[in-house]
Design a protein around this ligand. Structure first.
Ligand code: DGL
Length: 293
């Protein structure tokens, strides 16, 4: 009888662990920017199931108050956790600046991985001693950015630009048009004049315009995108908690938006390249993020 009980207990624990391991990773952003992080997670952890939520009903987050971005981030995280997310990636610098600490205390049972502007590698690698950071106002206002600057940039000049309007250009699929080019030129020209040799992508939308950025800066400037490091961190956290997927097949990706599902579905193949087969289904979620029963 005791052996039987032990067997049932072991079988049940095994089942629970398997259910937890095969649960999805939740990823969110104000819009399509989070896809620049998603594609790296997909590259490094192809067996993981992913739920991507683009809060396009509220994009852009950058000009909003930190309190409002924190509120959206909390509601989205609650929704993703209600959908079984075993880990949540805050694939948005603005939301990380506004809410990462708050999310970790509000949902203590769920691990969170967030974005931190990659100022440290830029400061370590610069030869000219001048680096640029492109991000939205919310990110520059947050304590996280101030603490990164204080800890890692002694002796280095850090120049900042907010690129007004760039997030919406990217949301509209304009990755190389005249207006997008002008926004980037206005941000980068003054930095180039002061001798930057590294430029940090402090917003997850911006990696989609790296080709244009490189055209403007020329070959002497290294563009630093933190997405690969964030994906490595996701892998580390899953490993530490014993949560890595035990499946061998490619994990499914579910796309959700609080904006227009058609528009996102149309843009996905362009942004995701060969990672996106056909035009994926995108589910719509009301902007109050209530899960339908
Ligand atoms: N992609 C986001 C970030 O990394 C937010 C952009 C926005 O909505 O302003 O900051």
């Amino acid at each position: 009888m005791d052996t039987e009980k032990t067997f049932v207990y072991l079988w049940f624990s095994h089942l629970l662990i398997k259910m937890k391991n095969t649960a999805p990773i939740g990823i969110f952003d104000s819009g399509v920017g989070g896809l620049s992080v998603l594609r790296e997670i997909r590259r490094q952890l192809p067996a993981e199931k992913l739920i991507f939520l683009a809060d396009q009903g509220h994009v852009p987050y950058g000009p909003r108050s930190l309190a409002q971005v924190r509120q959206f981030s909390e509601e989205i995280s609650r929704y993703l956790i209600s959908q079984g997310a075993k880990l949540v990636v805050v694939a948005c610098n603005a939301a990380s600046a506004a809410a990462l600490h708050h999310l970790r205390t509000t949902f203590p049972d769920t691990p969170f991985v967030g974005m931190e502007p990659a100022v440290k590698p830029a400061a370590e690698r610069t030869r000219s001693g001048v680096v640029g950071v492109l991000a939205t106002p919310a990110t520059f206002q947050g304590k996280l950015y101030a603490s990164v600057i204080e800890r890692f940039t002694r002796g280095v000049t850090v120049l900042q630009a907010t690129c007004p309007g760039l997030v919406l250009q990217i949301e509209n699929g304009d990755l190389d048009g005249d207006e997008t080019r002008t926004i980037l030129e206005d941000a980068l020209r003054p930095m180039l004049a002061r001798g930057i040799d590294r430029v940090v992508m402090g917003c997850t939308h911006y990696p989609f315009v790296i080709p244009l950025i490189e055209e403007i800066t020329g070959p002497g400037v290294e563009v630093i995108d933190p997405a690969p490091a964030v994906a490595r961190q996701v892998k580390r956290v899953l490993n530490t908690r014993g949560l890595v997927s035990t499946e061998s097949a490619l994990g499914a990706v579910h796309y959700i938006t609080s904006g227009d599902p058609q528009k996102l579905s149309q843009l996905l193949p362009r942004l995701m390249g060969e990672m996106c087969v056909g035009r994926p289904d995108v589910k719509h979620l009301d902007a109050d993020f209530q899960a339908t029963p």
